[in-house]
Design a protein around this ligand. Structure first.
Ligand code: GCO
Length: 450
């Protein structure tokens, strides 16, 4: 048993978090370039101006990926790097970067998986109303068409959006993310609908332009696992994970995934959002629900729940001193069994884990190495759960670890280290951590070493 033979072992990053070169070669501004300049917005005033300088060092980084043995690399394309105004004029130098990156990956035997949008929205379009503008899905389609036409000979695997829960929820509702523009619920729901329409248009244009391309989506969302394996607790966890009431908006799963995979907003959500719902034009839901080749999900942790004895659920508190990561997220390996299982039951689409990983207090030791036993332990625990799901018939086709290397962790700047490769931000020296070698063995043995 174990993992399927053709399991896709990968690693993930995102453009703003690693590329740097924020003001080079004609790149346009993104909302993150602007947000980072706002006093107090990001930990100690850090910015992605230089980040891991991947824009200049991608060949060295791809060589390390080859050494790691990953089969696939998930990275994102910076929309304003190739379209500085968001639409219209193409920045050839920016385009060349992605052409060369894809070429380098292919030569290393690594399949490129491109995320089309991982939060670095063109500032020029934000000034035109961003996702609130009814034209915003058309702008996205234009960008995706250009990506498809120019990169489609090298890149055949795509994700449309990364974590819409976060870029809408934390950028326009919570204050942690760019552009930090608090909005009414009505506007949030309108933006969400436009993002979903943009997703549908993107899938269509990719399929029209690149024959045989494979397209997915990479949302996240709060999820729950059963505190025990009693059937009523399992049902409670399923209910909690797919409930779309006010408490799960905008961070829940079904609001963002039911339209895409099932062609409709969740009923309980529609009831809860009644007064604030945007108008839905005829054909919108059909456009949003384009068939997908795989369903990506970013999964880091879940919360335990149990049945309340009345057909509903209640949270079970984690024990005092529960294990947690450096960013203070609980370590709950069970989520990599239960959530893929629930998602596959509901959406019946092959699953890719598009992100999972751990922030640790990593440092270079006296011996010049980076020892990260906690990350190794974390990965083994989580991946054993994923293996169980796979062995029980959940179609899981791959796993992308977050992250290939340490990088800019949004409003926490460089304070969090999620990578398998340590980055010294003063010298840009890369040092593979112990987990890098451990993951290499996991890949080599197709999970036998877990
Ligand atoms: C997210 C993003 C990544 C993060 C990672 C760790 O989930 O927030 O997709 O860009 O860096 O998840 O927080």
């Amino acid at each position: 048993m174990g993992f399927p033979k053709d399991f896709i072992w990968g690693a993930a990053t995102a453009s703003y978090q690693i590329e740097g070169a924020a003001y080079e070669d004609g790149k346009g501004l993104s909302i993150w370039d602007v947000f980072c300049r706002r006093p107090g917005a990001v930990f100690e005033g850090h910015t992605g101006d230089v980040a891991c300088d991947h824009y200049h060092r991608f060949r060295e980084d791809v060589a390390l990926m080859k050494e790691l043995g990953i089969k696939a690399y998930r990275f994102s394309i910076s929309w304003p790097r190739i379209l500085p105004e968001g639409t219209g004029r193409i920045n050839e130098k920016g385009m060349k970067f992605y052409e060369e990156l894809a070429e380098e990956l292919l030569q290393a035997g690594i399949t490129p998986y491109a995320t089309l949008f991982h939060w670095d929205y063109p500032y020029a379009l934000y000034k035109r109303g961003g996702w609130l503008n009814p034209e915003s899905p058309i702008w996205f389609e234009e960008y995706v068409r250009i990506v498809a036409e120019r990169l489609g000979d090298k890149i055949h695997h795509f994700f449309t959006f990364n974590e819409p829960q976060c870029f809408i929820g934390m950028g326009f509702n919570g204050k942690e993310h760019a552009p930090n523009l608090p909005c009414s619920n009505q506007d949030l729901l309108q933006m969400a609908h436009n993002v979903l329409l943009a997703h549908g248009r993107a899938v269509k244009i990719l399929r029209d332009t690149i024959p045989h391309c494979m397209v997915g989506y990479a949302p996240t969302g709060s999820s729950f696992y059963p505190a025990t394996e009693k059937p009523e607790d399992i049902e409670a966890a399923r209910l909690a994970t797919f409930s779309a009431g006010k408490e799960s908006w905008p961070g829940g799963i079904p609001w963002w995934s039911d339209p895409v995979l099932l062609g409709q907003y969740p009923e309980d959500g529609l009831k809860a959002m009644k007064e604030d719902m945007p108008s839905i034009a005829p054909g919108d839901m059909e456009l949003i629900a384009q068939p997908l080749d795989f369903y990506g999900q970013n999964i880091y942790n879940s919360r335990p729940v149990e049945s309340d004895g009345n057909g509903s659920w209640r949270l079970v508190p984690l024990p005092a001193g529960y294990p947690r990561t450096a960013i203070d997220w609980p370590i709950t390996p069970e989520c990599l069994y239960w959530l893929p299982k629930f998602l596959y039951e509901r959406y019946k689409t092959p699953i890719l884990i598009t992100e999972n990983g751990m922030s640790c207090h990593d440092a270079v030791s006296l011996d010049g190495k980076v020892h990260d036993p906690n990350r190794i332990d974390f990965l083994h625990r989580y991946l054993r759960n994923l293996r169980r799901a796979s062995e029980e018939g959940v179609k899981v086709c791959g796993y992308f670890q977050w992250s290939f290397m340490d990088n800019f962790e949004w409003c926490r700047g460089y304070d969090e280290r999620f990578g398998m490769v340590y980055v010294d931000y003063t010298t840009q020296k890369r040092t593979p951590k112990d987990s890098f070698y451990d993951y290499r063995e996991i890949i080599r043995s197709n999970g036998e070493s877990l």
